[in-house]
Ligand binder design. Structure first.
Ligand SMILES: NC(=O)c1ccc[n+]([C@@H]2O[C@H](COP(=O)([O-])OP(=O)(O)OC[C@H]3O[C@@H](n4cnc5c(N)ncnc54)[C@H](OP(=O)(O)O)[C@@H]3O)[C@@H](O)[C@H]2O)c1
Length: 290
């Protein structure tokens, strides 16, 4: 039986990939990475199998990957993504993993901004190490904005001014990941940009207003305000700095591909990509009553 290991299985995209792979059946054994007993319990409660895998405990990596055919490589919002990816890839090679699907980010190949650049270095490492590979490059996640909005459903706050950006739902990223993990040969050597709908934040606010039936306003803040806020929220400083630089570049109209859209979801999955409208409708139940 094929075995698939999903890292980041307790997170937004990895969690969605676990649900889709489980729902698809398909005869593969799917293991979700858990770095703590709590994470393992959370996965079990959703009916998933888990395996102990902690990027900060390198001795856990090879045993977790033993017998795996394909791995979904997901890292978090920290410069540690570099060393975490390196450790995971070394262990995957030692364990005989053949295919790596990597969750990266959408940017021009010559981008100077740190978090995009780091993802590109991870892609080059995956290729150089001899794995079969599929590179996912999503742009703005709808889910990230929604997770703030659901607690304050009268406003959107962001730092890109009135620029239009392209959006993707985590479920759509996960659907493409699941396709590649389930049938690596069909998706080997493919770069998948993932960005399906182009909307400025005031346009997203208008969609949310229509769907929720309540007033929703967009409150732009200067990009220069972002870094102190991220640091206050506890984001690791190197990652926060790169993110804030990238957002400042969007605000001044200097980030190529930020408003690019692609038909990847439809081409890979055979169904239309999720729109902001459909995304919000499917999550209306998450909003506080009022
Ligand atoms: N948000 C966006 O708009 C956007 C756009 C483009 C690309 N991206 C990329 O998306 C990626 C993040 O995806 P996401 O939002 O799904 O992430 P997420 O929800 O923050 O989840 C991160 C996952 O990584 C796990 N993790 C963290 N540290 C770990 C460790 N030491 N060992 C093992 N697992 C660990 C977490 O486990 P725990 O649950 O135990 O913490 C969690 O499952 C980033 O690479 C980012 O660059 C994001």
């Amino acid at each position: 039986m094929r075995r698939i290991v999903v890292t980041g299985a307790t997170g937004t995209v990895g969690g969605a990939a676990m649900r889709l792979l489980a729902a698809a059946g398909g005869g593969a054994e799917v293991l979700g990475a858990a770095r703590s007993d709590r994470a393992a319990e959370a996965l079990r409660a959703q009916g998933h199998r888990s395996v102990r895998l902690d990027y900060d405990a390198p001795q856990t990596l090879r045993p977790a990957l033993e017998g795996a055919d394909a791995v979904f490589l997901v890292t978090g919002y920290s410069v540690d993504m570099l060393v975490h990816s390196k450790r995971l890839l070394d262990a995957a090679r030692a364990a005989g993993v053949r295919h790596v699907v990597h969750l990266g980010a959408l940017a021009a190949d010559d981008t100077p901004h740190a978090h995009f650049a780091w993802h590109q270095l991870v892609e080059r490492a995956i290729e150089a190490m001899g794995f079969g590979w599929t590179h996912l490059r999503p742009n703005f996640f709808m889910d990230t904005v929604w997770s703030g909005f659901r607690h304050r459903p009268d406003r959107l706050v962001h730092f890109v001014g009135d620029r239009r950006v392209s959006w993707i739902a985590a479920d759509d990223i996960a659907a493409v990941a699941a396709a590649a993990l389930s049938d690596p040969a069909a998706h080997a050597g493919r770069v998948y940009p993932l960005a399906s709908e182009v909307l400025a934040f005031d346009e997203v606010a208008a969609v949310l207003e229509r769907v929720t039936g309540r007033p929703v306003s967009y409150r732009p803040r200067p990009a220069a305000d972002l870094l102190p806020l991220l640091l206050k929220q506890g984001m690791e400083p190197n990652y926060a700095g790169g993110l804030a630089e990238g957002v400042a570049a969007i605000e001044r109209g200097d980030l190529p591909l930020v408003d690019a859209a692609y038909d990847t979801v439809e081409a890979v999955t055979g169904r239309a990509a999720t729109t902001w409208e459909a995304f919000a409708r499917s999550r209306l139940h998450e909003l506080p009553a009022g």
